[in-house]
Each structure stands twice: as C-alpha cells, then as structure tokens.
Design a protein around this ligand. Structure first.
Ligand SMILES: *Cc1c(COP(=O)(O)O)cnc(C)c1O
Length: 455
C-alpha cells in the first residue's frame, strides 16, 4: 500500500487511450487488424488488480506464473527502491556486483548439488537459448561436435525465440508457420502416465529407441519437469523423469530441465524435479532453466545453471569461452528483486500456502468433471485446470471473467488458474466459482454454435 501512493492519483485521473493501444501496440499473440480488447490496469496490490474504471479483479494468473507473493509486496519494493538508488544498471562485461553474487549464491544453494554455475539471462526464452548453446558447445569441448541435435517430447513449450521454438510442440507450436527457418530436432511422444498414477514403463520406449539409434548426433534432451505448461497443462509421472535421467546417462546425452514455469514452489515442491527422487536423491539436471517467478514477478530475469562438467566442456571447446553475453546481463535491479523474492520463499510459508490452495482447489473443482462440456479436471500444487471438450473463445470468456470480478486467461481448451500463494480462501473461492460458472455456460455457447453451423 505504501509503495504506490504517489502514483495512484495521477494514473486514475487520466483516461487511458484504448484506441491508440489498439492501433499501435502489439500484445502477446494478437493481430493489428482485429485487436482483442485489452483491459486497462491502474494498479495492483496483494491478489487484486484494480482496473482503470475502479473495478477490482481477483488475480488467478500471477501474471503468467510470476507474481507468487502478490503485487506491491513491501519488502520486494523496498529492496528494489534501495537498489535503484544505488545502482540500477551497469554492464556485466568485466564488472561484477553484489546483487549478482548474492543471487547466484542463493541459487547454487537451493538447487540440486551438481548445479554450480550460473548464467544470468534476460528472459525465459533466452535462458533456453543459452541452455541449448551450452549443450552444443559442451560436446564440441568433448570432441563430439557431431552431437548437435536436441531431443524432446511433444506438447512441450520452451519459449518464442527461434531455438526455443524449435523444441516446442511441433504441431501446436510454430514449426509449420516458419518452415525451414526452424531447426529440425527430434521429437517423441509426450509422457502418458499422469501424475499420481502407477507408472507405465512403456512410456519411455520411444525415448529409449530414439536415444539408442541416434545418440551419436544428440547433444541433449530438454523437457519441462512434471508439468507441461503452455503446451497443454499436463501433469505427468515423476517416474518418467527418473527413467529419462537413467537413459541420458546410459546414452551419453545431457539433460536440460526447463523449470521456468514450475520453479519456486508452484507444484508443491520448490522445484518440480524434487517430485522425482530415487533412493533418496533427486533427479539432477545437467542444465537447468529458471525464470518467471524468479523475481517474484517484479521485473524480467531468468537464469541458466549448469554443472561443473558442462562448464568444463564449454571451456575446452575451440572457442574456449561460452559464446553469449546480453547487454543487460546480470541487471542489478532485477537481481535485487530476485534476492528479495528468494528471501521471502526462504521463510517457507509458501509450503503451507500451496498445500492449502491445492486442498481447496481439489474440493471446489471436483464437481466440474460432471459438466457435459468438461473433459478433465486436474489440480497440482497451486495450479487448477479445467480441460474443456473444445477450444474456448478466449476474448468472450475473458470478458465474462471480468464481469465476474476475476482475472483468468484461458487458452486453447483450457480454463486454468495459478494464483499468487498469498491468496485468501475467500478470494480463491471467487476464482473457482467463476471458473465453474463459465465452464457450465460454455455448454450453451458451444451448442448454439453447433446449431448455427448445422443450419
Ligand atoms: C514461459 C516459458 C518460457 C519462456 O519464457 P519467456 O520469459 O516468456 O521468454 C520457457 N519455458 C517455459 C516452460 C515457460 O513456461
């Protein structure tokens, strides 16, 4: 509350130029011809967005997984304000600073033991680019430069830049659109055994066969651990990851885990790979990507971590150095936000909060499975998903949700939420009630559409 007192007044007194926005500003995945409506947000605190016209919406998105502590958190803002007054940015080439060192120390401490080296990237997609480049350079340093292919599973999502796109789901993603400009990599079926079910080892057969026949050319496997996010919100068995790690070891292939969506508590573990333990040890990545909630959602930052072995291989490569270094690498302001967010997570209040959210989501969404247009309902940690039988009209549903006083952004056939961990029971019920109402009504809009199309 204290943080934005000085800007509230001026923002609310000016009208937003929606027309300019519509004509000149790209929003994610939009057209300039047929812009979908955008809602003007004036401010946000806790779990609530305040629209320009004064309406308040309970946030069900954490602004795409990021804002886990809620908006305008006083300690994150104070830390950032202090950093802003001290050093908001300085180049990272030949220079270092305390926020980068403190953040990297924290990350090395909380991630699995093998991950000791930290590359500070500017966004999730860049963290994935960096991970893929690391894998290729590693094999150059190990005198196997022919290992240049990446192997992954279908239904994955790893970002929007070219290398990241090349390992996104080949059908749902952007492969066909950009054709030959997208590097052709290897794909196998997505993990089939759902989280919580008894693992069917044949899930790994295709992965095994592909590694067996092509490992000479494969540098790494990349996968989102436990939850395939933007590729379909699928929760899969941790046993799959355990088996995959063994296969990667057996066939001399690196394992890249993309925890950009799942990291920092969302699935009930600090990192989703912690669900996958065998003989008391967690499955360890050779390379790990983190982003989204890294700064608690306050500013863009991502990281790619790797093992000593990967770092050594890169150093032994002909280049001798790792070939990446963005202008805003290690931005001190972003690092300070991440340090503040990690300090909040270190209180461990998130654990009980996520458990409570999971219990409430399961109880309140259970009945939805009986709705005629609903295909599946699933909950893991602070994530609740309703999968519909067919693709929903995002713009129409978005408006319905706003009218119901909540911010939920469906995509494809999925109506899902991943609220800030600090959400109250009452606010969470507002979200689930809105989801239920909309999931029920969707029946009627689909039916009438069918009527029209059948003439
Ligand atoms: C969001 C996401 C990315 C891309 O991150 P950006 O910050 O949007 O570039 C990559 N991988 C996964 C799993 C993600 O959820």
């Amino acid at each position: 509350m204290a943080s934005n007192t000085h800007c509230n007044v001026s923002v609310n007194n000016h009208s937003i130029d929606f027309n300019f926005d519509k004509q000149h500003i790209w929003h994610p995945y939009t057209s300039m011809n047929n812009a979908l409506p955008a809602f003007g947000v004036a401010s946000a605190t806790g779990c609530e967005l305040t629209l320009h016209d004064g309406r308040k919406l309970v946030d069900g998105t954490s602004s795409w997984w990021a804002c886990v502590h809620g908006y305008s958190h006083p300690t994150i803002i104070q830390t950032m304000q202090h950093q802003l007054n001290t050093l908001s940015h300085v180049m990272f080439g030949g220079i270092t600073h305390q926020p980068a060192i403190e953040l990297s120390k924290k990350l090395v401490k909380i991630t699995s033991p093998k991950l000791t080296k930290v590359f500070l990237a500017d966004s999730g997609s860049i963290a994935v680019e960096v991970a893929l480049k690391m894998a290729l350079q590693y094999w150059q340093g190990r005198e196997q430069p022919q290992k240049q292919r990446i192997l992954t599973v279908k239904s994955g999502y790893h970002g929007d830049t070219f290398a990241a796109m090349s390992v996104c789901d080949p059908e749902g993603g952007m492969h066909t659109m950009f054709g030959d400009s997208v590097t052709q990599h290897e794909f196998v079926s997505a993990p089939q055994t759902k989280f919580g079910q008894i693992f069917d080892p044949s899930d790994l057969d295709e992965m095994h066969a592909t590694l067996d026949s092509k490992h000479d050319t494969i540098a790494a496997v990349i996968i989102e651990p436990i939850l395939q996010g933007a590729g379909g919100m699928r929760f899969y068995s941790p046993e799959y990851l355990i088996g995959l790690r063994k296969l990667c070891d057996a066939f001399n292939v690196l394992l890249i885990l993309d925890e950009i969506a799942t990291g920092f508590g969302r699935t009930g573990k600090l990192f989703a790979y912690e669900h996958a333990t065998s003989n008391g040890a967690v499955v360890e990545a050779d390379i790990l990507c983190l982003g989204k909630a890294l700064t608690g959602g306050y500013i863009s930052l991502a990281v790619t971590m790797c093992s000593d072995e990967v770092a050594q291989g890169i150093s032994d490569s002909p280049a001798g150095v790792f070939m990446h270094g963005p202008t805003f690498m290690g931005n001190p302001l972003a690092c300070s936000a991440a340090c503040a967010s990690l300090a909040l997570l270190a209180n461990n209040e998130w654990q009980q909060q996520v458990i409570d959210i999971e219990i409430q989501l399961k109880a309140e969404l259970e009945e939805v499975i009986h709705y005629p247009e609903v295909k599946d309902v699933r909950v893991l940690g602070a994530i609740g998903v309703i999968e519909m039988n067919s693709t929903v009209n995002t713009a129409q549903l978005q408006q319905e949700f706003v009218d119901l006083g909540v911010w939920i952004r469906p995509f494809s056939n999925l109506i899902y939420i991943m609220p800030p961990y600090i959400i109250s029971k009452k606010q969470l019920s507002q979200l689930t009630n809105a989801m239920k109402k909309v999931a029920k009504n969707t029946l009627y809009s689909n039916q009438s559409a069918a009527f029209i199309s059948h003439g």
